[in-house]
Design a binder for this molecule. Structure first.
Ligand SMILES: C[S@@+](CC[C@H](N)C(=O)[O-])C[C@H]1O[C@@H](n2cnc3c(N)ncnc32)[C@H](O)[C@@H]1O
Length: 239
């Protein structure tokens, strides 16, 4: 059982307020012409709206329970035929197709514990792309205020759904616990600075076209959120 299997039933209610990224990724999918691969597709929070916009999506995730929710959502939305859901790890995605766009929304690359694993994930994403294809993803690095306001406190994020953030600034790890009723899970998010991401992307063979600070495409100026739009460059660095 994966860490997300335990919270699949209440992942959508838990993330109900996170809507700012949906239009951003749908617009990127439409611009690419599709099909799109979503790495760590989860419950289809982003993939189902992309499918509703008329773009086919291959969705990869390690959690069968999250994928089951995605399948049900796609069926309810009448777009099950546009969603191809596959159990697998984003570092070795079960995808042989080559596509114009890969996405990895909602900070998911931070589940990769080390820089080595992050680089592995970036290289795997690059390998899925057609020449000139794009990889778009978002991550974050916490602000001082965020750490001070939330550290080690259970907060009711949605009715009956509680969340606790334990920040370890030395290792740059957030241990995030989510609880509803009897079910609880804790997962780690391992953040990096923008310059560190830029170095990894260069090593993985990406040219960074844009680095935004929010989903309205404002340029990044040290905000918590970082949204990268990268293009597969001609050569992969050997670094
Ligand atoms: C924060 S959720 C994001 C889901 C979806 N992309 C969204 O925006 O709502 C993170 C997802 O990553 C998946 N995941 C975690 N590690 C993974 C890995 N190594 N390979 C594939 N999926 C992974 C989890 O199962 C979970 O569905």
């Amino acid at each position: 059982m994966t860490l997300y299997d335990k919270i699949a039933a209440f992942y959508d209610p838990w993330s109900r307020s996170v809507t700012e990224d949906v239009g951003f990724y749908v617009d990127r999918a439409l611009a690419s012409g599709g099909p799109v691969v979503e790495l760590a597709v989860g419950t289809g929070r982003i993939a189902v709206p992309i499918a509703q916009a008329g773009i086919d999506v291959i969705g990869v995730d390690t959690s069968p329970e999250m994928l089951a929710v995605a399948r049900a959502s796609a069926e309810a939305a009448g777009v099950a035929g546009r969603l191809d859901l596959r159990v697998g790890d984003l570092r070795e995605p079960p995808v042989t197709e080559r596509l114009p766009l890969a996405i990895c929304p909602f900070r998911t690359l931070l589940h990769m514990e080390t820089e080595t694993e992050k680089l592995r994930a970036l290289r795997a994403a690059r390998a899925l792309l057609e020449p000139g294809g794009r990889f778009v993803f978002d991550v974050f690095a916490p602000s001082r205020e965020d750490i001070d306001e939330t550290h080690d406190r259970w907060l009711e994020r949605e009715p009956g759904i509680f969340e606790r953030a334990v920040w370890d600034e030395a290792s740059r790890t957030l241990s995030l616990s989510v609880r509803s009723g009897e079910e609880e899970t804790t997962f780690g998010l391992h953040w990096l600075s923008a310059p560190e991401w830029l170095r990894l992307l260069d090593s993985a063979g990406f040219e960074v076209e844009e680095l935004y600070g929010w989903f309205d495409s404002r340029p990044y100026h040290g905000e918590e959120d970082m949204i990268f739009t990268c293009r597969r460059s001609r050569l992969e660095s050997s670094a």
